[in-house]
Ligand binder design. Structure first.
Ligand SMILES: Cc1cc2nc3c(=O)[nH]c(=O)nc-3n(C[C@H](O)[C@H](O)[C@H](O)COP(=O)(O)OP(=O)(O)OC[C@H]3O[C@@H](n4cnc5c(N)ncnc54)[C@H](O)[C@@H]3O)c2cc1C
Length: 413
């Protein structure tokens, strides 16, 4: 029996690119995307950066236009899915309607972890802002316009990007991070230190190894008592304390969930005719021979496309090397591959003006690279590092160290 209809839960990046890819190959197949947001699929990276600092309008974030979806006959149902009945191949929406499917693609993304200061301080917990979607970004932008000082709880990428936006708008952010360095352990300590100093030079305050002991809200001022015995007074609190796969919908179902929806290299889940892609999927990566879950723009796009191809029966394993970036002030940070399994860490470049990249080498092969520099200074070498990594060639450490030697030379070996 030929495939008649594909339903997609969640209208984000992976969904948009999956739908687009299906249409490239099949003009007849019904495509329905269940969309709980009031927007066409849009890119999220500007939500913490350019849309807050007025460099990019919220209306400019859609991947594809309304006309595109109409002309390609990609249908949206603006409801959230509340339940999936895998046995009867049916979705149940928030208004209790039953929607049958032939094949299902789950692209529900990730959701923010939240702080909870207990029942006595529910008002404080409720007043903290988080960032995931356009509405959150608008609220944060409004709060920056109308307040002066901010506590950012969590020194990860999103918290730091918001802190950078705050400083760029002439306000001040105190970043409270309980770890020993910013951006977690995947980022080389040297890069984390450079980012920290950059923020401080621009007027933000970075507090490492710092925990919140208590928060009091009086006359619209938050008094935050810290474990180092100091107290901060700020007008607003924004938290970016990490996220998790958005799998609530599948609790108590037969779908295999383990830090996301477990899929194989073909985006197939444990249920027949059910695929998952993007942030929500904990997928098998054949290149690394391991399961992994990524929260990154490029992955969401490529994984959505890969799911589409596999839904159409092309049987292509997903092999893309992980890549992500973060922009803070005029700095661009990029990471490719995996930077936690190495026997040598090699530095190339020594200043932000020209870019600095740390290469992670194991048995003479590049496993990953992480670089930072003024915008435009690390992208090319990071891309090349990815290509060298994919070819698994042995590299000469002196060539990597020496900025005079072009990395493209290493590819030609
Ligand atoms: C503020 C921010 C900044 C970022 N910056 C960067 C960056 O600089 N670089 C980078 O590489 N990555 C960045 N990312 C990560 C990147 O945007 C994500 O990895 C990507 O959006 C994931 O795409 P996705 O399609 O998997 O999920 P999403 O784009 O999150 O889409 C999931 C959609 O599913 C919907 N949904 C969930 N449950 C249901 C349901 N039951 N019914 C219907 N709909 C549902 C959600 O509302 C959402 O619209 C950023 C993310 C955020 C939030």
């Amino acid at each position: 029996m030929s495939l008649k209809k594909i339903s997609i839960i969640g209208a984000g990046q992976a969904a948009a690119y999956a739908a687009n890819e299906i249409r490239k190959h099949d003009k007849e197949l019904g495509i329905t995307i269940f969309n709980e947001e009031n927007y066409l699929p849009y890119e999220r990276p500007p939500l913490s950066k350019d849309s807050i600092t007025n460099k990019k309008k919220y209306e400019e974030l859609s991947f594809f236009s309304k006309e595109f979806y109409n002309s390609e006959n990609i249908q949206f149902i603006n409801k959230s899915v509340k339940k999936v009945d895998f046995t009867n191949k049916t979705l149940i929406t928030n208004d209790a309607k039953l929607e049958p499917y032939d094949n299902l693609l789950i692209t529900t993304g990730s959701k923010n972890k939240k702080l909870n200061f207990g029942v006595d301080q529910q008002d404080i917990s409720d007043s903290i802002l988080y960032l995931r979607n356009i509405e959150d970004s608008k609220r944060i932008k409004e709060s920056i316009n109308t307040h002066k000082t901010f506590a950012i709880i969590g020194g990860g990428f999103i918290g730091l990007e918001v802190a950078s936006s705050i400083a760029q708008l002439g306000k001040k952010a105190y970043v409270i991070e309980m770890g020993q360095q910013l951006m977690g352990r995947v980022i080389p300590t040297q890069i984390a230190k450079l980012v920290s100093s950059y923020h401080e030079d621009k007027g933000n305050v970075i507090l490492l190894e710092t925990n919140i002991v208590s928060i009091e809200l009086k006359n619209s001022v938050y008094k935050i008592e810290l474990n180092n015995k100091s107290t901060l007074e700020v007008d607003f609190i924004i938290a970016g304390i990490g996220s998790k796969a958005n799998t609530d919908l599948f609790e108590n179902t037969s779908l295999n969930i383990n830090n996301g929806i477990v899929t194989d290299e073909f985006c197939r889940t444990s249920e027949e005719n059910v695929f998952a892609a993007g942030d929500v999927a904990n997928f098998f990566h054949p290149f690394y021979n391991m399961q992994m879950r990524l929260e990154s723009y490029q992955h969401a796009q490529n994984h959505g496309i890969a799911a589409a191809k596999n839904i159409l029966g092309q049987n292509l394993p997903y092999m893309h090397i992980p890549w992500m970036w973060s922009d803070q002030f005029d700095l661009n940070l990029q990471l490719i591959g995996l930077c936690n399994d190495f026997d040598q860490e090699i530095q190339r470049g020594n200043n932000l003006e020209e870019g600095i990249i740390y290469f992670f080498i194991k048995q003479k092969k590049i496993m990953g690279a992480c670089g930072i520099g003024k915008v435009g200074k690390v992208g090319r070498d990071i891309r090349l590092a990815g290509k060298i990594l994919e070819t698994k060639v042995d590299v000469d450490i002196d060539d990597i160290k020496n900025k005079e030697v072009k990395l493209s030379k290493l590819l030609k070996r």
